[in-house]
Ligand binder design. Structure first.
Ligand SMILES: [Zn+2]
Length: 64
């Protein structure tokens, strides 16, 4: 609610801002290789999507 700045007590301001925090990023672990992945994303490490899954993205070998 629009109110002059000085009229809002610190407690009230704090209550309003109690919802301003950020949620931590959710991550899950690849069923195939166990590396941390974002949900609904293809695994960066092995290129698989889910348990039954097939290789969705071919992973290139790293060059030495
Ligand atoms: Zn993987």
């Amino acid at each position: 609610m629009a109110v002059p700045k000085r009229r809002v007590s610190h407690a009230r301001q704090g209550k309003r801002r109690s919802h301003h925090h950020l949620k931590p990023r959710q991550n899950t672990y690849c069923h195939r290789c166990g590396s941390a992945i974002l949900p609904h994303y293809v695994c960066w490490n092995c290129g698989y999507y889910n348990i039954q899954g097939k290789e969705v993205v071919a992973v290139e070998e790293e060059e030495k």
